[in-house]
Design a protein around this ligand. Structure first.
Ligand code: CTP
Length: 414
């Protein structure tokens, strides 16, 4: 059996050159057939592409291939994997120049499309017109922009232009909802998730993929509370702060959708947005259904939309209303989700021009208020009441604790 001719490719080559940790290694195999791979003990994976797992390392080894588009959208591919396909041909069909470099087993860089130069210049540039064969790449570029923004990366103008030409409903809506969510969910985990949505907006993809968000562009908010005025700008700022706060991904999603209701305000009512908290709920459900957003994300998004104004007004709320907030958000049974809500609200409050560093005492206030409301003697109440009366007595006991707590504030600040 001849020796396997293989090259390290993709993210591993890119990340090493950026000085970043390499998480997984992908390899391209040149000059071999699938049968030879099986004889060498590799396990085939996936039904669409000729990809194999190494028997020991479990790294992915793909046969060099070219792809040709045979139809519209994401599904219309013809894969051509053959021992005659060269490394350069395989790299040519890849998305970005910084992703289209390879290393020989001896460690030499193979870089036929200027990847290293673009990496040094911090440019995300498509390799060739073959980019257009896969509309998912519009989202991938936006995601890489979100990931590498802190390093100074920008999308090349000619790539933005190509992404714009791909940003039609026919192309983008052909992407399976699961893939759309997968890219979006990954983008939300990146250090600058707001850049994902900004890049999608710049190339015209946002209005097709996230019309509920795109509708916020140009919608004004009161200047006194929102110096940035524009509601979509506020969304981006809040998302940026959520990432800086190291918020988990569902919390970032909740920040993303919490003001969708403002897109429904009639122009005559601008810049006020009465009841946007409730008006946004059907929009969040609609977006969630379209993208198959997991329940955990969706529930937090809905809770955030409905209750964020209450949280912001926490210090003025009467004990009864705080209790209502705890019941409405299920805070007493699900304190970990309430904590996510508080982080999302902190990001919302700071996601305003000039407010980025402001303290947000509401969060600690409600953390301590929740602890106070939990601190009641339920077994003692059980001895005296049962059924609906027990429920009412527990509620009263909690409200009493909240009254005491409110009177003692601000001595309780940690
Ligand atoms: N690729 C591509 N077009 C796609 C998907 C992948 O050109 N739609 C190529 C790119 O060359 C990419 C490689 O396949 O570098 C591996 O893809 P993937 O594992 O998704 O991305 P990585 O670049 O490895 O980045 P990471 O895994 O760190 O997200």
């Amino acid at each position: 059996m001849k020796q396997l001719t293989h090259y390290l490719v993709g993210g591993a080559v890119r990340d090493a050159l950026l000085g970043l940790p390499v998480h997984e290694k992908d390899w391209v195999v040149v000059g071999h057939t699938a049968e030879e791979m099986l004889t060498l003990g590799f396990t085939p994976v996936g039904k669409d592409f000729p990809v194999f797992l190494h028997p020991k390392t479990k790294d992915e080894y793909a046969l060099a291939r070219t792809e040709r588009k045979a139809g519209h959208g994401y599904h219309g591919f013809e894969i051509h994997a053959h021992p005659s396909v060269s490394l350069e041909e395989d790299l040519l069909r890849r998305d970005l120049t910084i992703n289209a470099m390879a290393r020989t087993p001896g460690g030499a860089l193979v870089d036929p499309y200027g990847g290293l130069e673009d990496l040094k210049a911090r440019i995300l540039r498509h390799v060739s017109p073959a980019f257009a064969e896969d509309p998912l790449r519009v989202l991938r570029v936006a995601r890489f922009a979100a990931r590498f923004h802190w390093l100074g990366f920008r999308v090349a103008p000619e790539t933005v232009a190509l992404m714009r030409s791909l940003s039609t409903a026919t192309e983008l809506l052909s992407i399976a909802p699961e893939r759309l969510w997968q890219e979006t969910q990954k983008a939300l985990t990146e250090p600058d998730p707001q850049v994902y949505f900004q890049v999608l907006e710049d190339c015209g993809a946002l209005r097709i993929l996230f019309p509920e968000l795109a509708a916020l562009r140009g919608v004004p908010q009161p200047k006194l509370y929102h110096p940035e005025i524009d509601t979509l700008e506020h969304q981006y700022l809040a998302l940026k702060i959520a990432a800086q706060l190291n918020a988990d991904t569902p919390t970032r999603f909740a920040v993303l959708v919490h003001d969708l209701g403002k897109g429904l305000t009639p122009e005559s009512a601008w810049p006020q947005h009465i009841n946007h908290e409730i008006k946004g709920l059907p929009l969040i459900k609609q977006l969630g259904k379209r993208l198959r957003v997991p329940r955990q994300y969706l529930e937090l998004g809905l809770t955030m939309s409905q209750w964020h104004t209450h949280v912001h007004r926490a210090l003025e709320l009467r004990p009864n209303t705080i209790h209502k907030l705890f019941k409405g958000t299920d805070a007493l049974r699900r304190p970990e989700r309430f904590e996510q809500l508080l982080v999302a609200c902190t990001a919302d409050a700071r996601g305003r021009t000039g407010y980025e560093e402001r303290p947000y005492p509401q969060a600690d206030y409600l953390r301590l208020a929740l602890a106070a409301a939990q601190n009641i003697d339920i077994p003692a109440l059980r001895e005296r009441f049962e059924g609906p009366e027990l429920g009412a007595a527990i509620g009263q006991a909690r409200i009493h604790k909240l009254k005491e707590f409110k009177q003692a504030w601000p001595d309780k600040l940690p």
